[in-house]
Design a protein. Structure first.
Length: 81
């Protein structure tokens, strides 16, 4: 089974067990760079220097939860006036 297929199976199991979608760490640094329209190097820099979205490190894998990405956006939202 490939790593991508394993991730899908684990996500399906978590969802079936009632784990809220925003708590499942399923986005990798390529996904985050695409979402925020920055380079992968920028995402890596955030992780090293701090200041980026919270992440989960499991073994050698780095993953981001949807909730952490949404929180990061909320923290940077600028109100009008």
């Amino acid at each position: 089974m490939t790593a991508d297929k394993t991730d899908e199976v684990n996500e399906d199991r978590a969802t079936a067990r009632g784990v809220p979608e925003n708590l499942i760490p399923k986005y990798d640094e390529d996904d985050v760079s695409a979402i925020f329209r920055v380079s992968v190097r920028t995402v890596q820099g955030w992780r090293i220097k701090g200041g980026g979205p919270a992440y989960v490190k499991i073994g050698d894998q780095v993953r981001y939860r949807l909730g952490a990405l949404l929180d990061y956006l909320d923290e940077r939202t600028v109100g009008r006036g």
